[in-house]
Write a protein that binds this ligand. Structure first.
Ligand SMILES: CC(C)(COP(=O)(O)OP(=O)(O)OC[C@H]1O[C@@H](n2cnc3c(N)ncnc32)[C@H](O)[C@@H]1OP(=O)(O)O)[C@@H](O)C(=O)NCCC(=O)NCCS
Length: 142
């Protein structure tokens, strides 16, 4: 099987399918147009194609020098376990290194820790974890 790696999406449709397949959008509730905005505002992306079919994807959001985040690394279920996700990740990291970005980070999805550890990432110390904003509970009136 020949997998063609590039840095462009012809349409949003393939990524939309991959993104929807993860279940992540149950929380985010993005429309296809929203996802196109996400792609447009990303700094770099890698798209892996089998013919016309997008089979894996990953993208980088960054300030261009200090911090970069890897987002949405996804391989189509039918194509997993063949090194495609590793290749996409490696190309994302390579581009960050090329730009001399100092700090490359990601949020590891459940069950993927070993995958990232084998590929050069290390979980942050528990004393300094990544955090999500979940809102502030209103205080009871005094
Ligand atoms: C994480 C993910 C992108 C990896 O993609 P991939 O193309 O399967 O990655 P690779 O083939 O390069 O490596 C997968 C690993 O699983 C092993 N594997 C073997 N068979 C497999 C299978 N049927 N399915 C998945 N992985 C398999 C591979 O050998 C490899 O093992 P290693 O880490 O010991 O080398 C993919 O599992 C995925 O899309 N998951 C759902 C979305 C997700 O959670 N993304 C991460 C967000 S943080």
């Amino acid at each position: 099987m020949f997998i063609d790696y590039g840095t462009k999406l012809a349409t949003i449709d393939g990524f939309w399918k991959l993104f929807e397949s993860t279940g992540w959008n149950e929380e985010y509730r993005l429309s296809k147009q929203d996802l196109a905005t996400v792609v447009r505002n990303s700094w770099f992306q890698v798209a892996a194609f089998d013919g016309d079919r997008l089979v894996a994807y990953g993208r980088i959001v960054t300030d261009g020098l200090l911090h970069a985040m890897v987002y949405d690394l996804i391989t189509d279920r039918d194509y997993r376990g063949r090194g495609i996700g590793s290749e996409v990740l490696s190309r994302l990291v390579k581009e960050c290194k090329r730009a001399r970005i100092r700090d490359i980070q990601l949020f590891c999805a459940r069950g993927q820790r070993a995958f990232y550890e084998k590929r050069g990432f290390k979980a942050r110390n528990e004393e300094g974890p990544g955090m999500d904003y979940v809102g502030v509970k209103s205080r009871p009136l005094a």
